[in-house]
Each structure stands twice: as structure tokens, then as C-alpha cells.
Design a binder for this molecule. Structure first.
Ligand code: C2E
Ligand code: SIN
Ligand code: SIN
Ligand code: FE
Ligand code: FE
Length: 362
């Protein structure tokens, strides 16, 4: 461990160094503040403490303190000041001195004691800092883990949504990926886009509750079957709603803008998307017949993409349509089924949308 001694009195400097070496320290010395700063820089990572005189030529102790504090905020620095100049010592402490001793030093053991004190304090500060940094890192790590787990669960759950009528599960991934692209194009912030990407895949989770005879029917649904099919929105909302009771889960559909009691914003968004992805811009959709901006933007986005992806995919009741036909239907439905702004964003991003469909093809 190095101790740097800075004093312009050669005799004192030498005897301080000799004393410190007897105590087992390695010493460096300088006879003014400027040379002291240079010596400090050379050994800084291994420098345990500095002892510095105040009155010196070239650069005095105050100048050294200012320079040293800028470069080494935690370094223990003990100031040596003349007798009866308490103001000087106070000024030095204000500039960041860790402690001060008055000259002459009749008994050098006071130096040993003071050194021990300031070095112990520096050690505690360093340890505390390390502890805090570790703690912060741990919290960051755990938060990221929690976040990842939440998103993973949303993804895995979304697989259940299309397990029966769309076995690869890629439809829901495509809907999520494309939804995030449109959300970004429509000016949503990064967090909202990420949330949408993770929640949009759950929009059809309620299909779990639809009997296979209806869901997997190869042909057109009759009016009774169609009524049953439409319930998948409510079912989805209830599945994602509060766990307290079925009644509360059900009422979370009527009060769909109320927050999740557990404060999980991903569940809030997923629930709203499950409930409202079949609403239509002109008010002719289900389950409520909400109109235009009364439908949350995220649900308006998912409506366009869900339809586009369903059109372009094979379903138990339909063949896949060629891309041109799918685009034509989307374009024609702007202003009736769909929010015109979302359709516009869709057509500005057809290249990205195509590449996502290729990446996640069935
Ligand atoms: P899905 O298969 O995921 O379709 C999602 C949405 O894509 C449909 O919502 C509709 O808006 C659009 N879409 C799908 N195919 C066509 C089509 O051939 N032409 C047009 N113009 N749009 C289409 P929608 O209509 O509310 O249906 C919701 C769900 O109900 C569908 O989800 C599907 O699971 C089921 N479904 C709808 N029609 C039939 C049908 O004729 N037979 C059977 N078995 N199921 C149907
Ligand atoms: C149906 O009435 O069978 C469904 C109509 C549609 O696909 O929108
Ligand atoms: C529905 O139309 O399916 C349900 C609407 C409601 O619960 O108010
Ligand atoms: Fe749906
Ligand atoms: Fe869908």
C-alpha cells in the first residue's frame, strides 16, 4: 500500500516517510502540490492515502486538494497545517481534506492513528458503494427476469388460443409482430409497442371456450353458431380478467377500461384486445358495437392485422387468399370495418409486413 507525502520541508518529509516505512507502508514523496498531483496519478489505483502540507511553492496544499478531489473523490487526504491556523485547516476540510494534523508533530503515533481512521472510513465508503452497486444490479436483473417471465407466459398462453384452429401458432406471433410495426408507425412509444407485440397474440384466447363443432366447422356458420362464435371475445376477456371471482371477471368485460387489480398492465391490454378486436370503425362490430375512437387504438390495429392474416391464411372454413385479394379487402374496408389511419399505416409498411409473414410462415 502506497502513501504519498507532500511537503516542502525536506527533513520533515524524510522523517515522515521513514516512520511510515517502519509501519510497513510503501511511500512516495513530492515537495510541492504540482509534483504531488503527478505522483498521485502514477500510482492512483494503489494509493492508500496522502499526507499534504498546506504552504508550499509552485502549487500549495489547497491547489493539490482541488486537483486531487476532482480525480479521486474517495482518496483519504490528511492535511498538515501550522499551529494556530485553524482557519487554514477548516478551509482544507471544506476543500475535501479527510482530516488534519497540526505541525510540529511531536508524537508521530498520532499520524498512525489518523491514517488508520481515514483509511477505515474510506474502506467503509468503498464497501458501501460496492454493496449498493451490487444491489442495484441484482434488482435490475430480477426486474428483467420478472419482465421476461411475464412476457413468456403471455406468449405461451397465446399458443393455447390458436392451438385448435391454427396449429403452428404462427398466426398469433405474426399478429403481434405486425401490430408492433403499425403501433410504431402510428406514433406509439417504444414500451407501448412492445406491450402490444406481447399482448396481441392473445386476442383469440377465448376461442378455447368455443365448441369444436363450431370452431372447426368446415363451412359457413348458421346464425346460432355465429352467436356462439362471437362469444370468444367475452370468453377471452373473462379468462384474462381478475381472479377474485367469475362475476368480477365478467364485469371486467363491461368495465373494460378499469385497471387490473394486480396492477399488471400487460393483462389490461391483453384483456381489452381479446374483448374488442372485432369491433368495427363504423360501429357494426361486436360485442358492443363501439364506434371509431371509442375503440382503443390498439384494438383498431389488431382488427386490421387479424383480418389480414386470417385472409392470407388457410382456416378450417376457408382457403388462403392470394396477397392481392387480401390487400384489396383491407383497402375496401377502410372507413367501414377499419380505422382509415391504421389502414394507411398498413399500406406504408407492406414490405415489412410481407417479411414478417415469410419469417413466421405456417
Ligand atoms: P378468424 O378465422 O381468425 O378470422 C378473423 C377475422 O378475419 C374475421 O372475424 C373476419 O373479420 C376476417 N375474415 C376471415 N375470413 C374472412 C373472409 O373470408 N372474408 C372476409 N371479408 N373477412 C374474413 P369474424 O368474421 O368476426 O370471425 C371471427 C372468427 O369466427 C374467425 O376468426 C373464425 O374463427 C370464426 N368464423 C368466422 N366465419 C366463419 C365461418 O364461416 N366458418 C367457421 N367455421 N368459422 C368462422
Ligand atoms: C358468418 O356470418 O358466418 C361470418 C361472416 C364473416 O366472416 O364476417
Ligand atoms: C355480448 O354482446 O356478447 C355481451 C355484451 C355485454 O355483456 O354487455
Ligand atoms: Fe377473434
Ligand atoms: Fe385471430
Amino acid at each position: 500500500m502506497n502513501i504519498l507525502v507532500i511537503d516542502d520541508e525536506d527533513g520533515l518529509r524524510r522523517s515522515l516517510c521513514a516512520y511510515l516505512e517502519d509501519l510497513g507502508y510503501d511511500t512516495l514523496d513530492a515537495d510541492n502540490g504540482k509534483a504531488g498531483l503527478e505522483a498521485m496519478r502514477k500510482v492512483l489505483p494503489d494509493l492508500a492515502a496522502v499526507i499534504v502540507d498546506l504552504n508550499m511553492p509552485v502549487l500549495d496544499g489547497y491547489g493539490f486538494l482541488q486537483g486531487a478531489r476532482a480525480e479521486a473523490p474517495e482518496l483519504p487526504i490528511i492535511v498538515l497545517s501550522g499551529v494556530g491556523v485553524v482557519d487554514d485547516a477548516l478551509q482544507a476540510v471544506r476543500l475535501g481534506a479527510s482530516d488534519f494534523l497540526t505541525k510540529p508533530l511531536h508524537n508521530l503515533s498520532i499520524l498512525d492513528h489518523t491514517l488508520g481512521k481515514v483509511m477505515e472510513k474510506a474502506r467503509l465508503i468503498r464497501e458501501n458503494k460496492e454493496y449498493q452497486t451490487n444491489l442495484e444490479q441484482l434488482v435490475r436483473q430480477r426486474t428483467a427476469e420478472l419482465e421476461r417471465t411475464r412476457r413468456q407466459i403471455m406468449h405461451r398462453l397465446s399458443r393455447a388460443a390458436e392451438y385448435k384452429d391454427n396449429e403452428t401458432g404462427h398466426h398469433v406471433i405474426r399478429v403481434g409482430e405486425i401490430a408492433a410495426v403499425l403501433a410504431k408507425a402510428l406514433g406509439l412509444d417504444e414500451a407501448s409497442c412492445a406491450n402490444l407485440r406481447d399482448c396481441a397474440p392473445l386476442h383469440d384466447i377465448g376461442k378455447i371456450g368455443i365448441p369444436d363443432e363450431v370452431l372447426l366447422k368446415p363451412g359457413k356458420l348458421d346464425p346460432v353458431e355465429w352467436k356462439i362464435m362471437q362469444q370468444h371475445c367475452m370468453f377471452g376477456c373473462e379468462i384474462l380478467g381478475p381472479l377474485t371471482s367469475k362475476e368480477e371477471a365478467h364485469s371486467s368485460c363491461e368495465n373494460w377500461s378499469a385497471k387490473d387489480p394486480d396492477g399488471n398492465e400487460l393483462l389490461d391490454l391483453a384483456r381489452i384486445l381479446a374483448l374488442l378486436h372485432h369491433e368495427r370503425w363504423d360501429g357494426s362490430g361486436y360485442p358492443f358495437g363501439l364506434k371509431a375512437e371509442a375503440i382503443p387504438l390498439e384494438a383498431r390495429i389488431v382488427a386490421v392485422i387479424d383480418t389480414y392474416d386470417a385472409l392470407a391464411s388457410e382456416r378450417p372454413y376457408k382457403k388462403a387468399f392470394p396477397e392481392e385479394k387480401c390487400l384489396e379487402i383491407i383497402r375496401e374496408s377502410s372507413g367501414s370495418h377499419f380505422d382509415p389511419q391504421v389502414v394507411e399505416a398498413f399500406f406504408e409498411n407492406t414490405d415489412i409486413i410481407r417479411s414478417i409473414r415469410i419469417k413466421w410462415s405456417d
